[in-house]
Design a protein around this ligand. Structure first.
Ligand SMILES: *Cc1c(COP(=O)(O)O)cnc(C)c1O
Length: 438
């Protein structure tokens, strides 16, 4: 369950108290040097404390069904820090947060206050963002293959910017929304990316020429070019090549009499490689696009991955003998799995890392585990071989960091399990707390 606004209000008091504790923590550890390190460190301690307080309230031997459900702690201070980091490294690129990655209302509310734009791909996402008081010109309808009725809805609510990548879509837009501001999505080489998108979306440079000509013939308004290099690209030059290709399309459009003014560099930014990719992207933008061209991006996971920590309960255990070690090992069954919040394992190629939240840790002894979800399906596995310190029992809790992207939003109710888990919101940054009223 996402907390109702009234529940959040109660939490605010708690958050304030926790923030005070965090300040104490910071004061006693201020000799760490780099401020951001200290903040990140303190933030982790704060998250641990809130996780612990929640599980202390749950007694698995007496609780009502579902009280021991998996739950999240979301640190919105982390979203705030990622925004500052974006500003520092990609100052020319205005972020339009990709809502599909995590449509959490508190995340959207903070980003709205921080002044970002939003990448929406459906009617519901558009309405959710508008309901926060965000002006329609801060939204890009970044779905190249749109539902007709949604297109009419976008027109009604004044969302004008949208992407396209094929001739049928152009004709559809001509019919439903002829004065829309169109952004041509081109293909990129995403062969080094973890999550590839080019098989589904994007026009080749050859097709782009044909699309521009048809748009001209239909009298449509093309304003820019977009791409998405795929998520978790490993080739730092993937942005460089895509920016070059976009320049080529700008020049072709100019030959047809268009004066394009917007470049959309898409999403796919990940925490570990952000600075390197940002540097590469900046260089390419400076080289190929004069200052009057407006540049936007559509980061999703970059903003939320690290902000959400998930805790799940061990509901069952099976003793086995390890094939490799010949020693005692265990299969652990959690009350959350790939049909729930661990959907990122299936859809997003992630490998969540288990950590012990409550269990008598024995650092001397590493024990082998495989970790499974609660449904009766064999693919519902979270980790097939993992060593953790000490013996974990039924009723103990594990937690997983970096669970903020493509997790909760793609959870299902398969086998009758919950798809809507509680989120406890905290903020480890005074700036974010002030904006959110925590
Ligand atoms: C999913 C998506 C994004 C966000 O991707 P991340 O890897 O989360 O940054 C951005 N733009 C479009 C068009 C998308 O489909």
């Amino acid at each position: 369950m996402v907390m109702a606004p009234s529940a959040i209000a109660i939490d605010h008091q708690e958050t304030t108290i926790l923030n005070d504790n965090k300040v104490d923590y910071l004061d006693t550890n201020n000799n760490h040097g780099v401020e951001s390190d200290v903040t990140g460190f303190a933030s982790k301690a704060l998250i641990r404390k809130v996780l612990q307080e929640h599980i202390d309230r749950v007694n698995v031997d007496t609780c009502e069904p579902g009280e021991e459900d998996a739950f999240y702690v979301a640190d919105l201070g982390e979203v705030y820090r990622q925004h500052l980091r974006w500003k520092l490294n990609l100052g020319r690129v205005k972020p339009f947060y990709a809502v599909k990655c995590n449509p959490d209302r508190e995340v959207l509310r903070l980003l709205a206050k921080l002044g970002t734009g939003f990448d929406c791909a459906s009617r519901a996402e558009i309405d959710m963002v508008l309901s926060l008081g965000v002006a329609p010109n801060r939204i890009i309808y970044a779905q190249p293959c749109k539902t007709k009725s949604y297109l009419r809805h976008a027109r009604k609510v004044g969302v004008t910017q949208m992407t396209f990548d094929n001739t049928d879509e152009l004709r559809k837009i001509k019919e439903c929304y002829p004065d829309a501001e169109l952004v041509l999505r081109i293909l990129t080489d995403d062969s080094t990316s973890l999550c590839r998108l080019s098989a589904k979306y994007g026009a080749s440079l050859l097709d782009a020429k044909e699309l521009l000509a048809l748009a001209k013939e239909l009298g449509l308004n093309i304003v820019g070019v977009s791409f998405h290099v795929g998520s978790g690209a490993s080739d730092p030059n993937s942005f460089g090549q895509a920016v070059k290709d976009a320049r080529y399309v700008f020049d072709e459009a100019a030959e047809l009499g268009y004066d394009l003014k917007m470049l959309d560099v898409g999403g796919g930014f990940v925490d570990e490689t952000f600075e390197m990719f940002a540097g590469n992207l900046n260089e390419a933008i400076e080289e190929h696009f004069p200052p009057h061209v407006r540049v936007i991006g559509e980061p999703g996971r970059y903003y939320t991955s690290n902000a959400f920590t998930l805790a799940a309960n061990v509901i069952a255990r099976r003793e086995v003998i390890s094939e490799e070690e010949g020693e005692k090992a265990y299969m652990l069954y959690l009350n959350d799995g790939v049909y729930g919040n661990f959907s990122n394992i299936i859809f997003d190629h992630q490998h969540p890392v288990p950590q012990i939240l409550s269990a008598p840790e024995n650092k001397e002894r590493l024990v082998e585990y495989s970790i499974w979800g609660p449904t009766c399906d064999g693919i519902d596995i979270i980790a097939d071989r993992y060593f953790l310190p000490g013996v974990i029992n039924i009723g103990d809790w594990l937690f997983f960091e970096n669970m903020g992207a493509y997790t909760k939003c793609s959870a299902t109710k398969f086998n009758g399990y919950n798809d809507d888990h509680e989120v406890i919101y905290i903020s480890s940054e005074p700036g974010a707390s002030a904006l959110l009223g925590y």
